[in-house]
Every structure is written in C-alpha cells, then in structure tokens.
Design a protein around this ligand. Structure first.
Ligand SMILES: *Cc1c(COP(=O)(O)O)cnc(C)c1O
Length: 406
C-alpha cells in the first residue's frame, strides 16, 4: 500500500470540500446564477429557494429557527458582527464585556477595538488545561455587562468550555452569550436552546464546506437579540448584513450542514478513533511527549503535542510529508510562541516545540500509522543532535542547571 504525500492533518485550519458539496454548488455558478434578492423572475426565485433551503439546514444543525440565521463571509465576520453589533446596540445598557485570553484573534481583535473606543473587557485567565473557572466568570459579571463571548472549543488545544453551564449562568444574570463554535460544528453536539446560546458563529470551510461563507445565529425569542450592522446597504439578511448573497457558497454550506447533521455519529467516531490511534502511537514511541490541553473535555479530532528538547520549526521541516501546524505563529518579523499555549503556562521552549495534529474524515488508518512512524523517527533523530537531550540522558536535572547568558 503506497501512501500519497503530503498527508493533510491540518483540519482545524480548513477541511477539504466534500465532493457532494461541490456538486450541489456548481449549478448556482452557471445555470441558476440569479440574485436571491431579484423578486421579478425565475432566476431570482431559484436562487432564493436555494438560500432558503440552506438556511433551513444550518438552522436544523444548531437547533435554531431559519429566521435566526444570518449568512456572512465566515466566522471572522460573524464574530465581528456579534461583538460590535451588540456593543453598539446595547451601549446605553452598559459598556462591559467578558471574554478569555485563549480566544481566536477574530474575537480578541474586535474586543480590543472596542477597548479603544472606551468599552471595558474582562479577560478571563485559564488553568494549565485551558479551562476557565465558572466562579471567576460569575464574579466578573456586573450590572453593566452586556455580553459574554467564550468559544465552544479552542482551535489550538481542542479544550472545550462547558457551554451549557456558561449559557445557564448568563441567562440567570440576564447577559447575552455569544460563542465562537467554528471548531465544534460537526464534531461536538450543538443545540442553541439547551445550551442557552444567544449568538453563535460558524464557518463552512471548517466542516467540509466552501471557504468564504459562514453564518451568525442570532436569537429571536427570549430574549430577542438586536444587532447594529457592520455595513449599510441593501438591507439583506433582515438588515443585519447587507450585500448580494453568495448563493453558490450558501448552497454549499447548506449541504455541508446537512451532511454534518446526518453523518454526525459516524464522522465523530471516525475522527476520534484516528486521533486516538495517532496520539497513542506517538506517546508509545516517545514517552516524554506531552499532550496539551484538557484530554477529557476536548475536540475529537485534534491533538496538540509538545516534544521537549526539539525545536518546532525543525520538526515541521523534518516531517514535511505531513501538513500540520506548529506552536509558533509566523508573524512578519519573528517567530512568536503561541499565545494560547503560553496562557496555559507552557514556557516559550515547550510552546515552540509543539505540533497541532488535526485529522479529518478523509484521513485513513494507514496515513495515521505513516505519520506516527515519521514523527517518532524524526523526533528521535533531532534529539540525538540536541545538547539538552544529551544532558538529560546523562541524568542532569535541567531545572537545576545554572545557565550563563551571553
Ligand atoms: C477558523 C476559525 C475562525 C475564523 O474563521 P474564518 O472562516 O477564517 O473567518 C474563527 N474562530 C475559530 C475558532 C476558528 O477556528
């Protein structure tokens, strides 16, 4: 059995569009190319009916009503709309928001933007597994708090927050709750009713749909959430998101949502078995590798592993037959260790030496075995060249070493 390389194991960055999704989209580029807002002819009606169908599928996936779905260009836009839209609309009630240091930049940066405009944000810290403290959240809520924004599960570590408990707490205190659920759609159960969610962001390309299309769920009843739009224009999406709808993308997202719902159990079982095989294989071959994040409450497809005494970038080079993410974010000038891993208490060294493996339903057991073998071989080889590893093998306790700095 030959394996085709490179092997894709970066499904938290994006997923391959399902061929059934592509099939669904094609006709809306060519034959049925109408504008969903055109009310006077069949071209428009066809497009509108495709959008209606997709809206229903996305709503079904979340346990929502179709009228509560606002299509966007993805989760970045959905997060911006939720956060800035609530901040502007509810400013007379208060100007305080609560979030967490491990959120995606698409939540952190809109909140920082608000801070510059005079809003106040409480940034909850996390423990060594990336978990928030519910009592700290309870204590942070004030009479002027208008929004709690906490992600359903983290894109780097996989740690899942207790969404239903957070939702119940927000409800009890009369505060709106937004969750960036980009990573959990199709991977963990979501139900906006039982989980007490008022606003939820999702992005099609994270669940085998096309890129550049997503949605924001906006609660319509108890309470009815009102949002100021980011853009003014033709008043599409009940005035919350103007602009001609991306009909092919939305049709594709609807199909991806249907597949995610109908094939949920088998997809989760498959990625979880692959992830566990990968993680157990790596840990068996490299006993001092460390799994980061909460290994109990986490995404089923992701494993973030630190390889002490090995530098992450050398790792990525060494295992270039497999597409993964490292614990360093390549910014323009420097190699910054991941802020998410650092907030779990990992030192720069360990953060730099970590790799995020995220499998998908198109991966196979053969690919996982190939990757395990490659990673174990490569880490072993790189360690043999590491002076630190040599000292550890000689029984030297590195924490007691007095380093001289030059
Ligand atoms: C991918 C991702 C986003 C951004 O989604 P886009 O489709 O790029 O806008 C936001 N939040 C999380 C948690 C993500 O994983």
């Amino acid at each position: 059995m030959t394996i085709k390389t490179p092997i894709y194991m970066d499904n938290s960055a994006t997923t391959q569009c399902d061929p059934r999704v592509v099939d669904k989209m094609v006709r809306y580029f060519a034959e049925d190319f109408g504008n969903a807002a055109s009310r006077n002819h069949a071209f428009g009606w066809q497009a509108e009916s495709a959008v209606d169908q997709a809206r229903e599928e996305v709503a079904l996936l979340l346990g929502a009503h179709p009228k509560e779905i606002v299509f966007t260009s993805g989760s970045t836009e959905a997060n911006n709309l939720a956060i800035k839209g609530v901040a502007e609309m509810y400013a007379s009630k208060g100007r305080h928001l609560i979030s967490c240091v491990t959120e995606h930049k698409a939540v952190i940066d809109p909140l920082k933007h608000l801070e510059q405009q005079g809003y106040e944000v409480t940034w909850l810290e996390v423990d060594g597994m990336g978990r928030i403290d519910l009592e700290a959240l309870r204590g942070a809520i004030r009479p002027d708090t208008i929004l709690v924004s906490l992600m359903a599960a983290n894109n780097e570590t996989g740690t899942a927050h207790p969404i239903a408990e957070i939702g119940a707490l927000c409800k009890e205190r009369g505060v709106l709750f937004h969750t960036d659920a980009t990573q959990v759609v199709g991977r963990m159960p979501i139900d906006v009713q039982s989980q007490g969610i008022d606003l939820l962001s999702l992005s099609a390309h994270k669940f085998y749909g096309p890129k550049g299309v997503g949605a924001l769920y906006v609660r319509r009843k108890s309470p009815r959430v009102r949002l100021a739009p980011l853009m003014d224009g033709g008043g599409h999406e009940r005035g919350m998101r103007s602009g001609t709808l991306n009909v092919p993308g939305i049709a594709g997202m609807g199909e991806a949502a249907r597949l995610a719902r109908e094939e949920f159990d088998q997809n989760v079982a498959k990625v979880q078995a692959l992830r566990d095989r990968l993680e157990q294989g790596i840990l068996a071959g490299l006993p001092d590798a460390v799994v980061n994040g909460d290994t109990e409450h986490r995404l089923p497809h992701l494993s973030n592993i630190s390889f002490p005494y090995v530098e992450g970038e050398s790792m990525i080079m060494g295992i270039k037959d497999v597409a993964v993410s490292s614990g360093s974010a390549c910014t323009s000038a420097s190699l910054e260790p991941s802020y998410v891993l650092k907030s779990l208490g990992l030192g720069d060294e360990l953060a730099h030496s970590s790799i995020r493996f995220s499998v998908g339903r198109f991966n196979t057991e053969e690919e996982v075995d190939f990757v395990v073998d490659l990673v174990v071989r490569e880490v072993t080889r790189l360690r043999e060249m590491s002076p630190l590893w040599e000292m550890v093998q000689e029984g030297i306790d590195l924490s007691k070493v007095k380093w001289t700095h030059h």
